[in-house]
Design a protein around this ligand. Structure first.
Ligand code: ZN
Ligand code: ZN
Length: 816
């Protein structure tokens, strides 16, 4: 077609313009075709622009989306922006530019970068979580949660980042530090809005069973939800009619071995019993110290056990009827379980270490260990000892017997427990969705009527977080002052805003009908498009966004707003792209690769191709600009194939060889094997091996010195989801309609049968030669062909031929 060299800078903008103007990637509004909904996590539009990590996920699902369109599906592949959040606000604070303006600039930058990469997004459905027409519905869903009793405000100790001046969810604390800034996280008692995700623990767990999620995602969610069963046990306090200590244990069978109890330092009983505690000063001093430690320091890092006994207080072990001491220690957390434990030092490592440190008694109740040396924790099976009526029972029997014994006496009950905590759903920051509630001195918390949504974030001059941790919105005095929707009296608006995870908890629903101002999405659209067929995103979101959005969706299902219980049918995850030096990319390490520079040098197609070829998709992999250049060289080779076009041999099209013209029967076999390999590998996200198969086919074309237009067109069809611009250009030159809606090629199983077999040729069992022989040859013909090979005479000279044995693809020539 052309002798010109491959010039991505010329042809890529051309095709991007054609795609944009024709709207060819917009999902069709008619519902007559089967649908396919591909989703990637919408980005947070940071000021740094697109990162080379984003296109890995984007390209992968762009490949799937393009393939599905070619397979005849109506595909929805949307894009939007998750634009509320701290980095924008912090940037705005540093520069004095309003966060809304920062967001607008960043979104424009992201969009233009994405367009330069040729993704087949339906841009007409773009959403932005900071748009009042979007967050109107975030607020609307919040009000539904509130009405259902799933949103409540409570005083609680929360994780608080001293540098961000903001409360963090447990999920946002990584290794004891703030996930955002790496700063120190302490406990602070604050009044917070909470979402009762714990009410959905069982549903979120069971829902996983029927989903096509990669196993490590399921496992992480299951562990995070952390279902266990056991007993809740009530310990009376000696000499006290009220004030029992409640504990949850998965091992009620070990109750006879509970020799002391430990409360979290913040436990309310410490206050309730203050009058009886003899060493009150020491107890309060210990509590004050513990308040400065994070949960992580208190649990994971806690090597040296510390604690203070509550002198003057003892609890009654309900099994033995004997008094046991009560301590406070920071290794027990208020946020987990009941904030109190029964310590069984014979069979728990931490309790054992604590008992050793403070000289508390250690009793063996399951036979088998050596509790003088260490706790015998390997005691899930075994025989009960030192345990009264449980003696001689196996552990599972003892658990059941003790649970029943406690229940009969009103001292305990069977209980299922979850590790999952309620979700801290408010932040004292500016750049978030206003919480649409009003506090009235007479009526309490009152929801805004739906007609008043969206409640728009007020413009304020100073959106710095306050030193005391209160929200900057308290400064919007006129906005805060309002009237109660119920009684009409004076009232004030909530000044906390929603956390970063609010807008992303339902965005996949808004894509279905983004311009609707009557409902968040029309029921007909919901019925047609849901669930998302394939969702790819980062593993780091498994216990955050992925769990939160499943919760919101399941709630909307329960109140009849969506037609299916689970939002995502399939979930996969990509490995992270590291810097060239193998470390995580970051500005401070100076190893960040800018996608714009790569596209400017090599073109979008080479960039996309490299991101898919660089290694196994689900594994982390270091970036290599040289590797990307290698991908450009491959596309140069593809481009030059058009110089090698030859008409097929006379009559080829009329032979039973198939639909089009192929160079030869062998080449047809290779082309069809490539169709099979690429089709299957794309589906399994084995993009690198699919690309390797196409590279190998291109080598075969070069080795042959020519190829037919039909052979080239099949290669272009297969390669087009990865490198769409170059393929469209070459396809156009062949005189065909655009590839993006062309049918995906099918392979002919019969073509795959090999025409030749490669034989290893041995002389007396030693490999001496290789030969490719026709698959149809008889053993006698094989023998004749092998003996005629030029490599053999040196090994046969002066010897007598005894036999020639053919076993599968090995020929052994026996001589002596
Ligand atoms: Zn922070
Ligand atoms: Zn009122």
């Amino acid at each position: 077609m052309t002798q010109e060299r491959y010039d991505p800078a010329g042809l890529e903008p051309k095709w991007q313009k054609i795609w944009e103007e024709s709207g060819c990637f917009a999902a069709e509004s008619a519902h007559d075709k089967p649908k396919y909904y591909t989703l990637i996590e919408f980005p947070y539009p940071s000021g740094n622009g697109l990162h080379v990590g984003h296109p890995r996920s984007n390209t992968a699902l762009d490949i799937i989306s393009r393939k599905r369109r070619m397979e005849g599906y109506n595909v929805l592949f949307p894009m939007g922006y998750d634009a509320f959040g701290l980095p924008t606000e912090n940037y705005a604070l540093a520069t004095g530019i309003h966060p809304a303006e920062v967001t607008r600039v960043n979104v424009d930058k992201f969009r233009s970068q994405l367009k330069k990469l040729g993704f087949s997004f339906d841009y007409s459905r773009e959403v932005n979580t900071t748009d009042p027409n979007y967050y109107k519905w975030t607020q609307w869903i919040f009000l539904k949660l509130f009405a259902a009793g799933l949103a409540y405000k409570t005083e609680m100790p929360i994780n608080f980042c001293n540098s961000c001046k903001v409360g963090l969810a447990n999920e946002e604390v990584k290794d004891g530090a703030c996930e955002r800034c790496g700063g120190e996280v302490v406990r602070k008692v604050k009044s917070q809005w909470m979402l009762r995700i714990t009410d959905y623990a069982e549903k979120l767990l069971d829902g996983l069973d029927h989903l096509d999620f990669i196993e490590r995602v399921k496992t992480q969610q299951r562990n995070w939800i952390g279902r266990s069963s056991g007993a809740q046990v009530r310990f009376e306090i000696a000499g006290q009619a009220r004030n029992d200590i409640l504990v949850y244990t998965t091992r009620p069978d070990t109750l006879f071995g509970a020799t002391y109890m430990v409360l979290a330092p913040e436990h309310p009983l410490v206050d309730a019993l203050a009058g009886q505690i003899k060493n009150r000063d020491a107890v309060l001093a210990y509590r004050a110290t513990a308040a400065f430690k994070s949960d992580f320091e208190r649990s994971e890092l806690n090597k040296d056990k510390t604690g203070v006994p509550l002198q003057g207080i003892s609890a009654i072990n309900p099994a033995t009827g004997r008094p046991i001491p009560v301590w406070i220690s920071d290794y027990v957390l208020m946020g987990y379980g009941t904030g109190a434990i029964m310590a069984v030092p014979g069979h728990d490592d931490r309790d054992w270490a604590f008992a050793r440190a403070f000289g508390l008694p250690i009793v063996e109740v399951v036979a088998g260990g050596d509790i003088e040396k260490e706790a015998y924790t390997d005691c899930e099976s075994g025989v009960m000892v030192n345990s009264g009526f449980l003696n001689g029972l196996q552990v599972p029997e003892a658990i059941a017997a003790m649970t029943a014994w406690l229940a009969e006496r009103g001292l305990g009950e069977y209980k299922v427990n979850f590790k999952l905590r309620d979700w801290v759903f408010s932040r004292q920051r500016y750049w978030g969705e206003p919480i649409p509630l009003v506090h009235c001195p007479c009526c309490g918390w009152v929801p805004l009527p739906e007609s008043e949504l969206p409640l728009v974030l007020p413009e304020i001059e100073n959106f710095y977080p306050a030193e005391d941790g209160s929200s900057p919105l308290t400064r919007a005095v006129d906005w805060v002052k309002t009237t109660c929707p119920t009684c009409g009296g004076p009232a004030s608006r909530e000044t906390d805003t929603m956390p970063q995870w609010a807008g992303s908890s339902w965005y996949f629903l808004r894509y279905l009908d983004p311009h609707n101002d009557k409902v968040f999405a029309d029921p007909k659209e919901l019925a047609y498009w849901l669930p998302v067929d394939w969702y790819n995103g980062g593993m780091e979101h498994t216990t955050l966004h992925l769990l939160y959005s499943r919760f919101w969706h399941r709630f909307l299902y329960d109140i009849g707003q969506v037609p299916v219980p689970e939002p995502y049918q399939k979930r996969t995850s990509h490995g992270m792209i590291l810097g060239e030096n193998g470390e995580k990319m970051s500005k401070s390490r100076g190893n960040v690769v800018n996608p714009d520079e790569i596209v400017a040098e090599l073109g979008a197609d080479s960039f996309r191709l490299y991101e898919m070829f660089m290694g196994a998709f689900d594994q982390p992999i270091p970036w290599s600009t040289n590797g990307a250049r290698g991908c450009k060289r491959f596309l140069d080779r593809v481009w030059r194939l058009s110089d090698m076009l030859a008409t097929p041999p006379d009559g080829a099209a009329a032979t039973p060889l198939g639909e089009g013209g192929y160079t030869s029967r062998q080449m047809r076999g290779k082309v069809h094997a490539c169709i099979k390999k690429v089709s299957e590998d794309y589906e399994r996200m084995k993009f690198n091996t699919a690309i390797a198969a196409m590279m190998s086919l291109v080598n075969d074309f070069y080795a042959q010195g020519s190829l037919t237009p039909e052979e080239l067109r099949i290669l272009l069809l297969l390669l087009s989801p990865v490198a769409p611009h170059i393929c469209e250009e070459m396809n156009e030159a062949l005189g065909h309609q655009p590839l993006h809606h062309a049918p995906w090629p099918k392979y002919d199983e019969a073509a795959l049968i090999a025409d030749t077999v490669e034989y290893g040729i041995q002389v007396n069992g030693k490999l001496r030669a290789r030969a490719e022989l026709g698959a149809e040859l008889t053993p006698a013909e094989i023998e004749a062909a092998v003996l005629a090979l030029p490599e053999l005479p040196p090994f046969l000279e002066g010897k007598t031929l005894r036999r020639v044995i053919v076993v599968r693809n090995v020929v052994n020539v026996v001589v002596n």
